[in-house]
Design a protein around this ligand. Structure first.
Ligand SMILES: [Zn+2]
Length: 344
């Protein structure tokens, strides 16, 4: 009996000990996944693409309307023949009169024997609207919702209606050379995306820059440069592609004189609306593997690829065909989402 009890006790201890040992052993038995799965190669992406992807290019075109307004203080206005001229006084000989013709864009001082037919009352200022096409292009660096960049703009303007602040009884007159001017501008821009909803991005943007005009014929032309405030609305079609509607208001002025004429200093504030695109260079190239239909960003080996053209949103459900995408070919020459065709 004694032997049996000892044996039983020994067995029990052994079992308990083994169980405890196994318990500890189990705790230490962590599977090293690196030994089970093959190591994935480190992802290689192009540094140039990553940097370029932080920038976006915007190109817009539209219509610009300039509100031309020039003060005529200190000058008389009158008709000389059929020309509406400015005049300032008598010539030194006190017989002849000095008049200024073509004063809207190319003021020229002319000495004439007769006095112009003057108007009663002060004409105040002359106001007009000019209009024409406008083009903008800019490059912006994006950081979160902020953007800073540089841009170029061009607009061509033709003055249409002209009128005076105070009625001076002018019905049909010849203003002389009616200004038709163009403006080339270069600017810095800063913007902030203040609201996003339903694929629309609302942006507030300010431009500040210099300008160069043509069309004002003058030996002393100066301009204030251009300040522009814009409220672009951007419709996002994909991570890389947006359509932009950009209403903007410009504050600018100029001053000029010619051949001893008085200085004309018009305000040339303008309103413009342009429509265009905003595009980014993708940070990864498009997958060129013929039989790969993956639409999300994915990898083959050590390279990452996107499955969609720049203009298409990333579709998380592989195989789902966006509207109108059938038969689309882009660069790779393969239709996107085409069913896999086995080559003979
Ligand atoms: Zn692929």
């Amino acid at each position: 009996m004694k032997n049996y009890a000892v044996k039983y006790l020994a067995m029990t201890l052994l079992l308990v000990g083994a169980s405890i040992a196994e318990l500890f052993a189990q705790e230490q038995e962590v599977i090293d996944l690196d030994l089970v799965y093959a190591n994935r190669p480190e992802l290689k992406t192009s540094a140039i693409r990553r940097i370029l992807n932080k920038f976006s290019w915007t190109f817009t075109a539209g219509y610009e309307a300039t509100m031309y307004e020039a003060g005529l203080q200190g000058l008389e206005i009158g008709l000389y023949g059929n020309d509406l001229v400015l005049y300032g006084g008598l010539a030194e000989d006190q017989k002849n009169h000095i008049i200024y013709k073509d004063w809207l864009s190319n003021p020229q001082s002319v000495t004439v024997p007769d006095a112009p037919q003057s108007f009663e009352g002060d004409p105040g200022s002359v106001q007009g609207t000019a209009g024409g096409p406008v083009f903008n292009g800019s490059l912006a660096y994006h950081y979160k919702k902020f953007r800073v960049g540089v841009g170029l703009g061009y607009s061509s303007q033709k003055v249409k209606d002209l009128k005076f602040e105070n009625s001076i009884g002018v019905e049909s007159v010849n203003f002389g050379q009616t200004p038709s001017f163009s403006l080339f501008r270069y600017y810095f821009l800063a913007g902030y995306e203040f609201f996003d909803y339903g694929g629309f991005h609302y942006v507030v943007e300010a431009n500040l820059g210099g300008a160069s005009y043509s069309g004002f014929d003058s030996d002393s032309f100066e301009n204030s440069g251009v300040i522009e405030f814009a409220l672009p609305i951007e419709r996002e079609f994909s991570e890389y592609f947006r359509v932009v509607l950009r209403p903007a208001y410009q504050i600018k002025d100029a001053s000029y004189s010619n051949q001893g004429s008085p200085t004309i200093s018009p305000k040339l504030n303008a309103f413009n609306v342009t429509l265009g695109i905003n595009i980014r260079i993708p940070e990864i190239p498009r997958c060129k593997t013929y039989r790969c239909n993956t639409q999300v960003k994915h990898r083959h080996g050590d390279k990452a690829y996107r499955g969609q053209p720049v203009f298409y949103p990333q579709n998380p459900k592989m195989g789902q065909i966006p509207k109108g995408a059938h038969g689309w070919k882009w660069r790779t020459g393969k239709p996107i989402h085409a069913p896999v065709k086995r080559k003979p």
